[in-house]
Design a protein. Structure first.
Length: 445
């Protein structure tokens, strides 16, 4: 790319900068930072699953109320993905990511001092808003800084930060809780997350596609600053951009309506449905594994171990999906992994109550389920054009996350009604299998 290539289209310049040539250190930095921030996100949100028994004892809470605490955080994630993440299509990815990280950190610190059910509801909801927005924006930014061939792998890597953080929750609980109790988990998570909001402000760049297509103040200067970090030649002038790039997303309602336009309607509704069903199963497990293991007669240490193995399996499954997606059709992989995970859940429910066997099965379920589920993020990043991509991903995750709200709450009532761990596993295997079958219909590579 020459310095005088101002007449080229913005799309061609971005394609040349991102897709051609070797991957730069700056691109690795973007994906790495998004990965680490999602690890903190996973720690902060799933910490509640680890401390649920302690909180329930201190506040005298029944399973249905604990289920609602889980669901309030997930409802906040839904709101954040649907209403805060789309703002990044207007003001940029970077400021929304920084705001979201700070929102999570501040609310998690306040949760450490919560003394009532109402405070838990409100603070977990606020934490969820920041987390939901951050997940959507970072998946978008990672996709936009990744070469086309490795885009799915990059989105998978960033998404893997969430179960990595959940794994870290299990490990750190063994060090923090004996000394500082359940409140110490939130003190630690909140403080580290607030520090990372400053790091994000200093190091995360704006999306090149956003700068080219939305033309904010000092766009050329900001583009050239990023091109220098990418070790590319700078531009003398901004390139021409298609009219759709200039006008798209000018109004929030207009952007949402574009998701349901004739060209995108079937894709959007199919994606929303698949997310809803798979989310309900994933967050049933993410929320209830530790307590269900304890309720089944195993100690809290075993509950933490099962939670760790499920999320470690999830990390492996996510990277497995990313690797396989460079070779096989993405939606075929989602179908196979999702249906296999549902079968694994039924086997788990029917297996003899031998601890080692159950732990192996929960590990395998984590690989299959989170591998298949993560493919939906990559599908969302691929099916929407740049000017509405954050909104598209945000609304797919957001409306789908209503399943995440419903799953833990429904499980709470099932447990209160006397249904054991095996019955819950069989019940939640069904939406996972159906979600994978629906995703197959999208036919995305």
């Amino acid at each position: 790319m020459s310095a005088n290539e101002g007449v080229a289209s913005s799309a061609s310049i971005v394609a040349e900068v991102i897709d051609n040539g070797s991957v730069s250190t700056q691109q690795f930095l973007v994906v790495g930072l998004c990965l680490f921030l999602n690890m903190l996100d996973g720690f902060d949100i799933t910490a509640m699953a680890i401390v649920a028994s302690s909180v329930a004892t201190e506040l005298s809470l029944t399973p249905d109320l604990i289920g609602w605490i889980f669901s309030f955080a997930l409802a906040g994630m839904m709101v954040g993905a649907m209403f805060l993440a789309p703002v990044s299509d207007i003001i940029g990815r970077r400021p929304v990511i920084v705001i979201s990280v700070a929102l999570v950190g501040g609310s998690i610190l306040l949760t450490a001092n919560a003394t009532s059910l109402t405070e838990f509801f409100v603070l977990r909801f606020v934490s969820g808003i920041g987390a939901g927005s951050m997940l959507a924006c970072q998946a978008t930014l990672a996709a936009e800084y990744s070469p086309s061939k490795y885009r799915t792998l990059s989105v998978a890597a960033v998404t893997s930060g969430y179960p990595m953080g959940a794994m870290m929750t299990s490990v750190l609980a063994g060090f923090i809780m004996p000394e500082y109790g359940w409140r110490g988990m939130f003190w630690f998570g909140g403080a580290v997350t607030l520090v990372m909001s400053l790091v994000a402000w200093l190091l995360i760049p704006e999306s090149l596609k956003y700068l080219f297509e939305r033309r904010p103040a000092k766009a050329l200067e900001r583009v050239n600053s990023i091109l220098i970090k990418l070790k590319k030649n700078t531009l003398n002038a901004l390139p021409e951009v298609a009219a759709t790039g200039r006008s798209a997303g000018r109004g929030f309602a207009k952007t949402i309506l574009k998701l349901l336009s004739r060209d995108l309607r079937v894709v959007t509704i199919t994606l929303w449905t698949a997310f809803f069903l798979c989310f309900s199963t994933l967050y049933f497990l993410m929320s209830w594994i530790p307590k269900l293991m304890e309720d089944s007669g195993y100690g809290s240490t075993v509950g933490h171990q099962a939670f760790f193995l499920f999320n470690m399996g999830g990390v492996i499954g996510i990277y497995l999906l990313g690797w396989l997606s460079t070779r096989w059709k993405l939606t075929n992989l989602i179908f196979v992994l999702s249906v296999s995970s549902a079968i694994g859940m039924i086997i788990f429910a029917m297996a003899p109550k031998q601890l080692n066997l159950l732990l192996v099965l929960i590990f395998l379920i984590g690989i299959l389920q989170q591998g298949g589920f993560t493919g939906l993020y990559a599908v969302a990043a691929k099916v929407y054009p740049t000017e509405i991509r954050s909104t598209g991903i945000g609304w797919a995750i957001g409306l789908g996350r209503s399943g995440a709200v419903a799953g833990p709450a429904i499980a709470g009532y099932l447990i209160l009604a006397g249904f054991d761990m095996s019955a819950n596993f069989i019940f939640f295997a069904v939406p996972m299998a159906i979600g994978g079958a629906i995703a197959y219909r999208l036919h995305v590579r």
